[in-house]
Write a protein that binds this ligand. Structure first.
Ligand code: F6P
Length: 324
């Protein structure tokens, strides 16, 4: 393989730059030409690509976001879009791709690989940590720590005013961020999409807390929880508890997606970027590089997309026990 392309796609995640750097520097080391493709699949369709070298990735290991920019391409979902992308890659002589992103990114890569046979290896980049085939995804650790910093601050003011706070963290389909924040932030309860926590249980938890003279409480709600957003959950609770209960809601939103990546994420991203590149060189295709039990592994896109990564329910149980 003489020439490859690298791109980031879907929601950005802290550490994506460290991953791009590992791919580019690894390619330079191995004597392979590397092209950066801007804005994910859109750049492939529009021919928005540039040749990268060692200097292109100087001074980015510590930066959040992605220097290649990102997008969720609608056009790539169409056969015409993918045809245009293929023609551009052919013209440039790009023989393989490294895709950094999440489920949507790998779904596109699998489709493209099946249609046109261009080998692609993925590196898991999403704050949600919801990909089968790796213990952790790039950006998750940083997102949890960013949310935790905010939760600690909210706890101070919650305690001063004897308030109940519903704090919404990201995770459309996944409660990983919520669970980790719940444990590390000392929350009373965590609500996640994977396991239904009925409103009656939230009310019961709050009442038990009051009976033990707890004056403030923190409930973490994952964005995709079945009972609704943190604001909706808070509205439902207000109707069922005393009028004196002082309730506030904070949505942490996209703050969790930005910022300088943690050391953990930089190291993970470097291992996965180089692992994806060396996998591609060794003939891997349509797979995602991941780290399981500290070992580099490759999992077919089909499995990363199809198979669920279940939340550890024992951790949810732990949140409840530790908030007694
Ligand atoms: O997949 C990452 C993620 O941050 C989810 O947690 C969240 O639901 C979604 O992306 C938000 O997407 P957008 O940035 O398009 O609003």
């Amino acid at each position: 393989m003489k020439r490859i392309g690298v791109f980031t796609s879907g929601g950005d995640a802290p550490g994506m730059n460290a991953c791009i750097r590992a791919v580019v520097r690894g390619a330079v080391y191995h004597g392979i030409e590397v092209y950066g493709i801007r804005r994910g699949y859109n750049g492939m369709i529009n021919g928005d690509v540039y040749k990268m070298d060692s200097h292109s990735v100087s001074n980015i290991v510590q930066r959040g976001g992605t220097i290649l920019k990102s997008a969720r391409s609608k056009e790539f979902l169409t056969p015409e879009g993918r045809k245009k992308a293929y023609e551009n890659l052919q013209e440039l002589g790009i023989e393989g791709l490294i895709a950094i992103g999440g489920n949507g990114t790998f779904t596109g890569a699998m489709l493209f690989g099946n249609e046109y046979g261009i080998p692609t290896v993925g590196a898991p980049g999403t704050i949600d940590n919801d990909l089968y085939g790796t213990d952790y995804t790039i950006g998750f650790d940083t997102a949890v720590n960013t949310a935790l910093d905010a939760i600690d601050r909210i706890r101070d003011t919650a305690s001063s005013h004897d308030r109940i706070f519903f704090i919404e963290v990201m995770g459309r389909d996944s409660g990983y961020i919520a669970v980790q924040c719940g444990i590390s932030g000392g929350a009373e309860l965590v609500m996640v999409p994977e396991v239904l926590t009925p409103i009656s249980e939230v009310v019961e938890t709050l009442k038990q807390g009051w009976s033990r003279s707890k004056s403030s409480s923190i409930i973490i709600v994952a964005e995709g929880d079945e009972e609704g957003s943190a604001a909706e959950v808070a509205e439902k609770i207000k109707k069922q508890v005393s009028e004196d209960a002082d309730i506030r809601v904070t949505t942490l939103g996209h703050t969790q997606r930005g910022g300088s990546p943690s050391a953990y994420d930089r190291i993970l991203a470097s291992r996965l970027g180089l692992g994806a590149l060396e996998g591609l060189m060794a003939g891997q295709k349509n797979v995602m590089a991941g780290i399981i039990n500290n070992e580099l592994v490759y999992t077919p896109f089909e499995d990363t997309i199809r198979l669920p990564k279940p939340i550890n329910e024992d951790l949810l149980r732990m949140v409840k026990i530790l908030s007694v």
